[in-house]
Each structure stands twice: as C-alpha cells, then as structure tokens.
Design a protein around this ligand. Structure first.
Ligand code: NAD
Length: 484
C-alpha cells in the first residue's frame, strides 16, 4: 500500500488527516492520501514564492531548458512506475496509458523546453515627435506562483500540460491533483528531487476542492495565476476566488462535443473514429463525443456499425492481453453516469446497446464498471443530449443538410471540440469554420500537435494554451521603449 504525501519545498510531508484511494478496477485499496490543511497549502505557496528569488530565478535559459530535459529523462527512466501508478489510480488500459498518458506526460516538458529556447519577441521601431527614433521590444517575464488545479481523467498528461510551460517560463508551481488520482503527481515530485530541480519550484498539495486544498490554494493571495482543468461549475467557483486580487485564470472546462458524419465520409474510418471519440478512456475525455449527428442516407447502417464496435470492447484487468475498455474512475462517478443511463430510459430513448452495468466476475464486480452505451430517438432537449455525462455513451441523431447540422452542433452552452467526417473539402472547411468550438478535427480525432492552440469557446474555457499561446498566461509581456 502506498502513502501519498504532500511535497512542500522539496520535502515530503504527512498530515493529520488521510483519505483512501481505491482502484476502480476492483475497489481494492491503493493507498492513503495525506490531505493538506490550510497551513500546509500556505507553506507550499510561500515556498513557491521564495523559490522565485532563489537559484531557480538565476538559471540561464539554456540551464532551465536542460533541467526540463532532465525531467523528461527522469520520467522516462521511471516509465514503468508512472505507468503502474496511473493505471492503479484510473483503471485505464495498459495500451492507452503506455501510448498516451505517460509519453505525453514527458513530451509536455520537452515541447515547452524547445519552445522557450526558440521563441522570438516582438520589436517595433518608431518615429518620435522630436524627429528622432525609438525602439520598442517585448520582454517576457515569469508570472510568478502558478496554482495548478487538475482533474482525474488524464492525470499526468493534463497536469504536465500546465506544469511544463509554467516551469519553462520560469514560474514556480503549487499543484493540486484530483483527489481521485494522487499518484503520478506524487511521483513527479520524486523526479524533481532526483534531477535537482531547486526546492520550492514544484510543490504538491493533496486534497479535495471545497474547504480543502483546492479552495485554500485558489484563494491564497500569494498565488499569481490559476490554471484549472475541470468542470465548468468548478471553474465558476475558482473564478470568484481569483477575482480577489484580480488574478488571471486559464480554464479548460467541460464539453458536450458533436461528432458529425456526412454521407460521403469514408464509412469505416468514420465509424472507427466516432467509436474512439465516444468510448476511449471509457468516455472520460473532455474532447470526447457525446452527440453524434449522421446524415440520413447512412444513418441506419452507421448505428449498426457503431453498435458492433461498442460491443467488441474487452473489459478486464488493465494488463490483460487485448483489454481495451476500463472502468470509470470511481463509484461516485459511476453513480452520476448511471443516473444519466436511467434518465435516457425515462426520457424514452431507444437503447441501441448497453445502458447498465456489465456482468463481471469477482472481484471485478466490485469495480466502477458501466457498459458502453448508445441511444437514438431522443429530442435535442433531452438531458443526455444536453448535459455533459463524461461516460462511455453517445446519442445519435439523423440530419439532412449542412445548415441543419451546423445549427444542431452549435446548440449548446459548451464549445470545446468537434469532429467532422466528410470527403468534401468545401464542406469540411465550411462546417469546421461555422462550429463554435476551440478545436475541430476533420476525418480524425484527438490528433494533437502541441504547438497549436488548445482551449474552449463559450463555457468550455477561458484562454488558449499550447505552443506560443501558453506564453500569454505563463508570462507577463513587458514592453521596453528606448529613445534612440
Ligand atoms: P472537477 O471540476 O470536479 O475537479 C477538478 C479539480 O478541481 C479537482 O482537483 C478538484 O478537487 C478541484 N476542485 C473542485 N472544487 C473546487 C473548488 N471549489 N475550489 C478549488 N478546487 C476545486 O472536475 P473532474 O470531475 O475532476 O474532471 C472532469 C471534468 O473536467 C469534466 O467536466 C471535463 O469535461 C473536464 N475536463 C476538461 C478538459 C479540457 O481540456 N477542457 C480536460 C479534461 C477534463
């Protein structure tokens, strides 16, 4: 059994209060998590503040870049530990964690290390009123202490997506991972010490949101900026906390993403792509598709093919051969997802497949499993078509015209992502430009080039991260004007 402690100023700290972390595969106990109290969060933030004046601040850019590369090497050296930790926390398939979560967790440091070494700053020469000249140039300085609050669905990947650029830009961080997934953030603390990152640069506090580490961190007046990934409702609470002291936020929030399949699409690729986007990571991907719109001529055939895909997933233990479908992260989350399965039934959906809990042998029957589920036949007003479920499920609706499907796709308060399947370049361009989202994939899904912008429109987020866009949040851009 593991003991997940807080990492404050380079030291491991227990607390007087612990809570259990259970493995969602079979509900076995993974370890005990030490919940940071207000004094420990305060100590972590102060350590981060102090580190801004220490050896970390005096590193040359190349030295900071080298340190980020050392972190990458440190994660890679302990790849199997990270893999096991992520799998114990989430129950996700080995194939997924080993190909996506852990490699991306390392890549997030590498990409921003390379970026910071190469990024130019702006410069403008100007005429002055006295007939002379002046030159303006931009200097990017670290924002300061960054509070990083993370969700549980892609724990290492989403946390390092923020810690990577924050450190690359010279900031210090206090990370609050999800209470559901304490492990890989803890391992990262070990790596920080192993590779010699100065104390106080990376701090970690465990706990929950309200009246716990999340609230203490986001309300702390010495935190200079808050980057948060999670539910839109939580974002509203954190935004109120950030208003005190007018601190900037970067938010990656919820979604109810449309997947749109035109009749001319490559049928097999579209079915495979929509199946991935609806069911990968058991539907617990913010970019996932929960609303599918299929053009009428291929609607019936598509429903049958997607049903076959959904029924072909193999559940089991994450390291079992061929296992490609895991449990939900927790029983709490399962309760929420199953409540939507019941609502769909009550609202009159046709259940194409799934709709309940799979019949699994002991001890897996103790885990947080649900069946991949497909519905048809509901109006757009139905709750499973409107609200984010964050489970392995989708509703499929037929459509006739391009204009109609754009209107259907946009009929949501969210605006994170979309996936569009067609062979007509004109349609692809028109539809992806008209959808009110931060990212639109055409004939693909979750293809990520980390240099591109990432974020959500409407209630799916505030700001963009990724590539140079991350600099907008993780640095202050200062203009220097020199009269020549
Ligand atoms: P959540 O909002 O419940 O929790 C996220 C984090 O916020 C956790 O660490 C939690 O402890 C903390 N928290 C909760 N209440 C808080 C408060 N009052 N003050 C400070 N911190 C608080 O989200 P979740 O259930 O962990 O994750 C699922 C959600 O995340 C979904 O809505 C999903 O769409 C979203 N998500 C978005 C993206 C994106 O890039 N847009 C990526 C992944 C997940």
């Amino acid at each position: 059994m593991t003991d997940f402690r807080n990492f404050i100023n380079g030291r491991w700290e227990t607390s007087g209060k612990t809570f259990e972390k259970r493995n969602p595969v079979d509900n076995s106990l993974v370890g005990m998590v030490h919940e940071a109290d207000a004094a420990q969060v305060d100590a972590a933030v102060r350590a981060a503040k102090e580190a801004l004046q220490g050896p970390w601040a005096r590193l040359k850019v190349q030295e900071r870049v080298d340190m980020l590369h050392a972190i990458v090497d440190g994660i890679q050296r302990r790849f199997d530990d990270f893999l096991q930790a992520e799998i114990n926390d989430t129950g996700k398939p080995y194939s997924l964690a080993s190909h996506v979560d852990i490699p991306r967790g390392a890549a997030n440091f590498k990409v921003f290390a390379d970026l910071i070494r190469n990024v130019p700053t702006e410069s403008f020469e100007m005429d002055t009123p006295d007939g002379g000249r002046a030159i303006n140039y931009g200097v990017r300085v670290p924002r300061g202490v960054i509070g990083v609050v993370c969700p549980w669905n892609l724990p290492l990947l989403l946390m390092t997506w923020k810690v990577g650029p924050a450190l690359a830009c010279g900031n210090t961080v206090v990370v609050k991972p999800s209470e559901e997934t304490p492990a890989t953030a803890t391992l990262l603390g070990e790596v920080m010490n192993e590779v010699g990152v100065p104390h106080g640069v990376y701090n970690l506090v465990h706990g929950f949101g309200p009246d716990s580490a999340g609230q203490f961190l986001t309300e702390h007046p010495l935190v200079d900026g808050i980057t948060f990934t999670g539910e839109t409702g939580t974002g509203e609470v954190i935004m109120r906390a950030a208003a005190k002291g007018v601190r900037p936020v970067s938010f990656e929030l919820g979604g109810k993403n449309p997947g749109i399949v035109f009749a001319d699409a490559d049928f097999d690729k579209a079915v495979a792509g929509i199946a991935r986007s609806a069911f990968e990571n058991s539907g617990q991907v913010c970019l996932g598709t929960e609303r599918v719109y299929v053009q009428r001529p291929i609607f019936d055939k598509f429903v049958v093919a997607l049903k076959a895909k959904a029924e072909s997933f193999k559940m089991g233990r994450p390291f079992d051969e061929g296992m490609n479908f895991g449990p939900l992260v927790s029983h709490v989350h399962r309760k929420k997802v199953l409540s939507y399965y019941e609502k769909a039934h009550a609202e009159g959906a046709t259940v194409v497949t799934g709709g309940g809990v799979p019949d699994l042998p002991a001890p897996l029957n103790e885990g947080a499993w649900v069946q991949p589920t497909i519905w048809t036949g509901l109006p757009e007003t139905a709750s499973v078509v409107r609200e984010e479920i964050f489970g392995p499920c989708c509703h499929i609706t037929p459509f006739d015209t391009e204009e109609e499907v754009i209107q259907l796709g946009n009929a949501t308060k969210y605006g994170l992502a979309a996936t569009v399947w067609t062979q007509d370049l004109g349609v692809a361009h028109r539809v992806s430009s008209a959808l009110n989202v931060g990212i639109c994939w055409v004939n693909s899904w979750f293809l990520r080039d980390l240099r591109t912008s990432f974020g959500g429109a409407q209630q799916s987020g505030i700001g963009r991260e990724g590539g140079v866009h991350s600099l907008e949040f993780y640095t202050e851009l200062r203009n220097v004007c020199i009269k020549l």
